[in-house]
Design a protein around this ligand. Structure first.
Ligand code: ASP
Length: 295
């Protein structure tokens, strides 16, 4: 049974297939190849882009989608997550798309092998579909056909890296593909790993091809880390002054905290591909659903 707990669930040829299919779907909408399939979405944390993107992707391929709102489900009556999941699986869906605050929830459910699990974001540990759509957006930008051709590109991840599942999945995928990943953050936002780490973006901006800006994940901070995010923005906000005329691709998974993560002006700039990422997310998720469900 194929799951997507993190991108290492896909081998290299599956990664290539996803990128090829996403590209083909973006050029020409496919027929409804998942017409007889049904997915259940189970989001225990808020979502704007990911949940709607999965639903649009499923419907573009003809699949049906049932949403369970956990705040109105029996988890409120004390039912465990495992029991809720087993009851949903008993209805024989073709897959469950789950977002949860705990890092290991998708893996735990996948291990039951009752139905394919697609991780739509777990704690600060993994958000594989975001990493895959970011990979697609970079490939499109650099005009390459295979993920491995991104090898050697320099990507700076800037912001609240330690709390970010986007960064966690991204770092695993992009280092696997051979990108040079550089981390830029103030100390409280820096994870503990052996990638190159900088506190000041100015020290690396000359050599980077891509900047991925990240939101401060206030909901994951046990106590407020900065009293004043304008002070943080003075050093880390991606604005025109900082970018200059450099040809750098600017990414952000959303939601963007305007003028803290990225300035209004840079969001309008053609180097910013934030909405293109959202658009690509649908095609990449279509390709993922095809790979997992159309067997
Ligand atoms: N949307 C992304 C996530 O779910 C990033 C964010 O929330 O800042 O992790």
């Amino acid at each position: 049974m194929q799951h997507l707990v993190d991108t290492n669930d896909f081998n290299d040829s599956q990664l290539i297939q996803i990128m090829n299919d996403a590209k083909a779907f973006k050029t020409k909408m496919p027929s409804k190849i998942l017409e007889d399939k049904l997915l259940i979405t189970l989001f225990f944390e808020s979502s704007t882009r990911t949940r709607s993107s999965f639903e649009v992707a499923a419907k573009r391929l003809g699949a049906s989608v049932v949403h369970l709102d956990p705040s109105k489900s029996s988890t409120n009556k004390g039912e465990s997550l495992e029991d809720t999941f087993e009851n949903l699986a008993a209805m024989e869906p073709d897959g469950v798309i789950i977002r949860h605050e705990f890092n290991n929830t998708p893996k735990k459910l996948a291990n039951k092998a009752l139905t394919p699990i697609i991780n739509a974001g777990a704690g600060n540990n993994a958000h594989p579909t975001q990493a895959l759509l970011d990979c697609f957006t970079m490939m499109e930008h650099f005009g390459v056909d295979k993920p491995e051709e991104l090898k050697g590109k320099k990507l700076a991840i800037v912001g609240d890296i330690v709390s970010s599942r986007v960064a966690s999945s991204g770092i695993r995928l992009f280092t696997r593909l051979g990108l040079d990943v550089i981390l830029v953050a103030p100390k409280p936002f820096m994870p503990n790993n052996d990638l190159p780490q900088y506190e000041d973006l100015n020290d690396v901006i000359e050599k980077v091809d891509v900047i991925m800006s990240l939101r401060a994940q206030l909901e994951r901070h046990k106590a407020p880390i900065f009293e004043d995010y304008n002070e943080y923005a003075n050093k880390y906000c991606i604005n025109k002054e900082r970018m200059g005329n450099r040809e750098i691709l600017l990414l952000h998974p959303g939601p963007v905290m305007r003028n803290i993560d990225i300035s209004d002006e840079m969001l309008e700039d053609k180097r910013s591909k934030v909405l293109e990422q959202v658009k690509n997310g649908v095609f990449v998720r279509m390709a993922i659903l095809k790979l997992i469900l159309d067997n």
